[in-house]
Structures are given as C-alpha cells and as structure tokens.
Design a protein around this ligand. Structure first.
Ligand code: 5AD
Ligand code: SF4
Length: 465
C-alpha cells in the first residue's frame, strides 16, 4: 500500500508541480512508482490549456475508476489546472474520485492522502470526495521541495505563479490566479541545494518569466528583478547552464538582452511565444505587442548572440483569422526561421473572451493552416540541424537514450538533442561531441578523443562579448 503514481499532462510548470508533490509524498513515507500498474494511488496532474488535454485526462480518470471497483483501497485524484477549472463538475462527472486539488493546494496533497487512508481504516470521518480549490496566499512559496528526489542533471525551478495578462484565448489566468513571485533568496537557496546534489542545468519557470518580481521588487540600476535573479543564479557554484521559459515581449528590455552578453551560463536558446504574425490578430488576442516589436527583440538577441536558437508558440485559426492574416504568420515564421515551435489549433476555452467571438474558424481550415506551419517547421529545423553536422558542440549529458544499448542523450547549449554512444560515467558531465548526422528533431554525435584542442576545434554557438 501507499505506492503513488503521478501522471502529468501539459507544461513544464505542471511537471515541476508534480515533482514537488512527489518529493513531499516521499518525505511522508509514500513511495513513488513509475507505472500506474504498480500503484495503489494514482494522481493525475492536469492541463486545461486546450480541450484535447482536458479530454485526455477525463478519459484516463474514467478508465482508472475501474480499479476502484476492483480494489477497495485504491485512491484516485485529479490535481492542477483542470481540477481548478472544472472543480465540482468533475466530481459530478466522475463520482468515484477521491481527491480534487487545485493549483494553489499541491502542498496539501500529503495531508489529504493521509486523511483518506486513515478514514478508510476507520480512524476518521467517513470518506467522501475531498475538493480543495481555494486560493492560498503564499502558495507560490510551497513548490520548492526536492527532498529525496533523484539526482537530476537538469532541473526546473518555479519562480512565480499565475498570470495578470488577459490573452483572449487563454484559460491560465483562471486556473493559476494572479501573478505572485517567490523571493530571490528562497529561489537561490533552492538552486544551491540542487547544485550541491549534482544538478548542472537550471530552467527558471513562470507564466511570463521576465515579469518576475514586479509584484514585490523594483528595478535597480536599470536591471529588472528577473535579470537580478538570473545574475544570482549565475553565481551559484556547480550551475553550468541557465535557461528560462516563457518570456513575453512586454518588459523584455535591454537589460535582459545584455544578460546574454554578460552571463556565459545563460544558454543561447530562447522559447519566445509569437502566437501570430499579424497585428490585427495579435490585438484581438490581447497580446499587447505588435509583430514589429516582437521582431525587434529577436533582432536584438541575434545581434547579441549570432548563433542563438529560437523556439516559439503559434496558434492558428484564432476566431476571425483570415487567410491573408495567416499568411502574415507564415511569412514571419519563415523569416525568423524558428528552429523549434509548438504549433496549436485554436481551441475554444469556455470562460475566455475568444470563446464568444464570432467567426470561429472551421476545424478543417485550422488543420490545413497547422499543416502549412508544420511542414515549414520541419524544413527549418532540418536545415539548422544539418548546418551543425561536422561542428563540435558542448553537450550536457542527461542520461541513457530511450533506445539503443549504451546510447546516451544530451543537449547542446542551443537545446538540440544529441544521441551518441557513451557510458554512464558521463551522465551529468559537459563533454565535447562531433556532430555526425542530423534529422529534424535529433542530432547524432561521437565523443571526441582526448587531446583535441578545443581552441582550434570547438565552434560552440558563440556568445558575442
Ligand atoms: N487554443 C490553442 N492554443 C492555446 N494556447 C493557449 N491557449 C490556447 C487555446 N485556447 C497555446 C499558446 C500558449 C501555449 C502554452 O498554448 O500558444 O503559448
Ligand atoms: Fe495565457 Fe497570455 Fe498569461 Fe501566457 S501571457 S499564460 S498566454 S494569459
């Protein structure tokens, strides 16, 4: 009894929340297992950002209720964004649920599970579904446990929660609440603990990560709280690489662009959601920037870091998007030559402004537009990857590759995945590899023999100084 499986849907923020819940549960004596088949307790950490993600989790929960009928001790819970978004409606739909926990209450999961188990053992009130969806002041400070976690080469650190923007398509402000930042000291302490346990790469997470701290700190010497946070993380011994996700053009100023020049651990890769390449659509989306402003930031970054890698999010088929407007997106998508992208068909989210807009785009049209961008992306990713064949890249080795004996996986500073023959002792190390092959999503490489002079051979994505 007390073996817990946590299944995570959605973004890195959810992954980080699940890790924290796992760490808190381990600390309470629960064991975390990696398959639902070996679990007595299954928790689904859910996403609401698109309908498909919600349907997947609801389907899964429905399927798992059969275990409850077969085993009286089985516990099934739903946490996270869909729990927050749908709340009691979920219990009506899936009455067998034991637990529904919102986005500000993850830290209560161990108590709730303890209570459910005790009451089943006759030590407490008769169990009904526990629904815990309240807002909680300071909840941004609760997602920090890494206790007893496995050593991770690369770790996410949640620096803030919530979002104060009001993008017309987006459910996140409803599911995650207002923007709340953690204090710098607490974040840096967490990074120290991670680094001491062997973590080499830190990814700072927030809905609009570059607005970190504006709710409680000021700009100082022309530097935003976010840049000051990156500088503090940069000083932590053992941290070799720093990334963050996701920034927004709002508040993306010179200090952040200059950070790429001044802070060598800040990786030459950015996931920078564009959403659309057309100003009317951006305005209707309430994105608060023009495509010119977005491009200006991209240009400044490229000027600072000529080999920068760019990734983005795009939504096709936003209500009212015409073919010409979509073509503007295609134009900018090609012109910027994104190396990576997450491409989405607009999905109606009840309760958001765009859900009630006229001119919803037919599904087939959304699919056709998506396909255009997918094909474009494939060509662009492949071309960029092929341009790296023959170069020498510094790879942070994350672990064994999923397939292949003695094959290992790591990433370049530009976040390209590389597979290569290696050995366990390299995990967590930065090693130089020669890139030998490229496909759209993956590179292959070989370790360099000792004695290669990095000065003459290394062509790392250069950081202009
Ligand atoms: N439909 C489609 N995509 C969406 N996203 C957010 N809301 C929606 C929606 N209603 C996308 C945005 C965001 C990413 C995380 O998900 O591109 O950046
Ligand atoms: Fe959603 Fe916009 Fe906030 Fe991103 S910035 S979480 S898209 S409301």
């Amino acid at each position: 009894m007390n073996r817990v499986y946590i299944k995570t849907y959605g973004c890195q923020m959810n992954e980080r929340d699940s890790e924290a819940v796992a760490a808190m549960l381990r600390d309470r004596g629960y064991s975390i297992v990696d398959s639902e088949h070996h679990a007595d307790i299954v928790l689904l950490n859910t996403c609401s950002v698109r309908d498909q993600a919600e349907q997947k989790a609801i389907g899964k929960a429905g399927h798992l209720t059969k275990n409850k009928r077969e085993r009286s001790d089985y516990i099934l819970g739903i946490m996270g964004c869909m729990a927050q978004n749908r709340g009691d409606e979920l219990v009506d739909r899936i009455p067998d649920l034991d637990l529904v926990v919102g986005t500000q209450k993850f830290h209560q999961v161990p108590d709730h599970l303890d209570n459910i188990i005790q009451s089943r053992n006759g030590l407490g009130p008769r169990p009904t579904t526990i629904v815990d969806l309240d807002e909680e002041e300071g909840s941004q400070n609760t997602i920090r446990a890494h206790l007893n976690a496995e050593r991770k080469v690369s770790a996410f650190v949640s620096i803030m929660q919530g979002c104060n923007m009001n993008c017309a398509y987006c459910i996140v402000p409803k599911t995650r609440g207002r923007e709340r930042s953690r204090p710098i000291d607490s974040i840096v302490e967490e990074v120290h603990e991670l680094a001491q346990a062997g973590t080499k790469e830190i990814t700072l997470l927030g809905q609009i990560v570059n607005l970190y701290g504006r709710d409680c700190m000021r700009r100082e010497n022309g530097k935003s709280p976010f840049v000051r946070l990156i500088e503090s993380v940069h000083e932590v011994p053992g941290v070799e690489r720093i990334r963050f996700t996701s920034p927004h053009p709002v508040g993306f100023r010179k200090d952040l662009i200059e950070a790429y020049r001044d802070l060598p651990k800040l990786c030459p890769y950015i996931h920078f959601p564009m959403q659309s390449g057309n100003n009317r659509v951006l305005k209707a989306m309430k994105r608060t920037y023009t495509i010119e402003r977005y491009r200006h930031i991209v240009d400044q970054l490229r000027e600072m870091v000529p080999d920068m890698f760019f990734s983005t999010d795009v939504i096709v088929g936003f209500p009212g998007e015409t073919e010409d407007e979509f073509q503007d997106t295609v134009h900018h998508f090609k012109d910027i030559a994104f190396d990576m992208a997450f491409l989405f068909k607009y999905s109606i989210r009840t309760g958001t402004e765009a859900a009630d807009m006229e001119d919803q785009i037919p599904q087939e049209e959304k699919e056709a537009r998506l396909q255009v961008l997918l094909d474009t992306l494939e060509g662009q990713s492949l071309k960029r990857n092929q341009s790296m064949v023959g170069s020498i890249q510094e790879i942070l080795v994350e672990g064994q590759a999923r397939r292949g004996d003695n094959m290992f996986m790591g990433r370049t500073p530009g976040f390209r995945k590389v597979i290569f023959p290696g050995s366990d002792r390299l995990v967590g190390e930065l090693v130089p590899l020669r890139i030998t092959e490229a496909s759209t999503s993956t590179l292959r490489g070989e370790l360099l023999l000792n004695g290669v002079e990095p000065e003459t051979n290394v062509s790392l994505p250069s950081i202009a100084v």
